[in-house]
Design a protein around this ligand. Sequence first.
Ligand code: ATP
Ligand code: MG
Length: 562
Amino acid sequence: MYTYLPLAKRVLAKIEAIVREEMDAAGACELLVPHLVPIELYRGTKRDEEYGDLLFRLTDRHGRDAALGPTHEEIITELLKGSVTSYKQLPQNVYQIQTKFRDEFRPRAGLLRGREFIMKDAYSFHLETDGDAGLDTTYAAMYAAYVNIFTRCGLDFSVVEAESGPIGGSASHEFMVNCETGEDTILVCPESGYAANVEKCETGERAFSFAQPATAELTKHHTPKMPGIEGVAEHLGTTPAGMLKTIVMQPSEAQECGPRWVLAVVRGDHDVNEGKVRDAVGFAVELGDEKAAKEAGFAIGYVSPRAADSVEGCVVVIDPDATEAEGGSWATGSDTADHHDTGFCWARDFGIGLPAAGTVGPDKRVAGDSVKVADIRNAEAGDPSPRSAGVKLEARRGIEVGHIFKLGTKYSDAFDFSVLDKEQKKRAVIMGCYGIGVSRAMAACVEMSCDDNGIVWPVGIAPYHAIISLVKPEDEASLAACETIAAELSSKGVDVLIDDRKERPGVKFKDADLIGIPVRVVIGPKTLEKGGAEVKGRTEEGFGEVVEIAGVAGRVVGVLGG
Ligand code: ATP
Ligand code: MG
């Protein structure tokens, strides 16, 4: 639990003011909903299960269950449903700045991932996707507002394409503060500027072929209770990159016809990406239920692509890097518990028709019909860029401070929120949602903008713009000069902090640097003797230049950037 002390509270207020101005300018309206949300609302969207322990639950004196809101789609949808019945009332875009609570399993880095934090969350409601009143227009306006907000906050940030959940498409962007200590990895193409998070990032064209001839016997090995793929690989005399990883998945929603199982095959050192598998097969997928998968005949933990030969209703999707083996053949699970095979060769050992050699990439996502080849793994640094041929993706670290999202009808369907259109037909309302981590943005700014002496606040959100350090606070002449300068600065809209503590000058200078005030003005008998006060920017070395008292305010404004 954290308390925002006075300086931090001022920074928060400044960030919030910027957020309000930009949201209002973009046509959104501020409201405030309760922190405490009746649990039924989360049950309606199954988010009580999805969030699990992240939801902080409580029960009131009457035995009614509720949760502290981790985000407020449900309650806002419920609210709008109660008052919006006609297309004529759309679009709507409402936002709030409020404390959120998530019982994070691992809160870390102070305010970067707190359990209690301040978020700006906005929700928009539309009849259409296209057109002036449509979701796409509001989404673009929110995107632009976010760029303004983070620019005005002085943050060095990247906008990245993000995974958007079941509705697919490029319908989600994250705003990431560029920072080495960030938790998230971003992949960027240095040539085109394309940037995406690891889950979303596409890869450029990659070749595949199943023509590699058999070079070794298929041999079964006993590999009981080996922890992790590395241990198994070592035991088999190979590396994870020499193994195939076969993940058993199933459609998220039961289908009447179509496949029951999806086998996603990637190289052992790669990670299967659920969203990409969904795009390759054309329906949403999730990790296969272990009990059902075992009953169907999968040796979970030891599955190979060949399981598709014996288990009915499988579709196999293979990543291009899992087709030709670098060492000539693959090690795989052997479809019996506690065993692995070496010497696996697609052409010889896989019984189902394989597609002819080719490439998959941004223009051609999937090859093959019953057995598919597609980009189904998380991208990594060094992968080909999806936007510029011959260029490799690079990894950077970042802190997510904002996230905008085209929700579609997920919440309106769950709440049966529809309106009558022009033809008096009922239509589900289309939604978008837009979040900013206000307290996280403050913390991210400190991570991004500091030096050995402390914080370096960008002017836009600094708690005070200038600090006047009085070397001898009891000196009448110094006090008079201080008052003159402070009054003039205030009249120019500069927030001034006066350090008149009875401390040594060195202590005052250290503290001024530590709390990161952008400009320091030093007044003392010696500076007055030299004709004025010293003015210094936070990152300038030394003592700064002596400026005559009448010119100090003008100089300070100059250092602040006008
Ligand atoms: P993360 O992936 O970091 O857990 P999230 O994607 O779950 O965040 P969203 O639901 O997108 O978060 O919430 C909107 C914004 O709220 C995020 O972009 C982030 O800036 C902020 N935020 C989320 N969780 C926290 C937290 N525990 N502490 C501080 N800020 C947070
Ligand atoms: Mg997010």
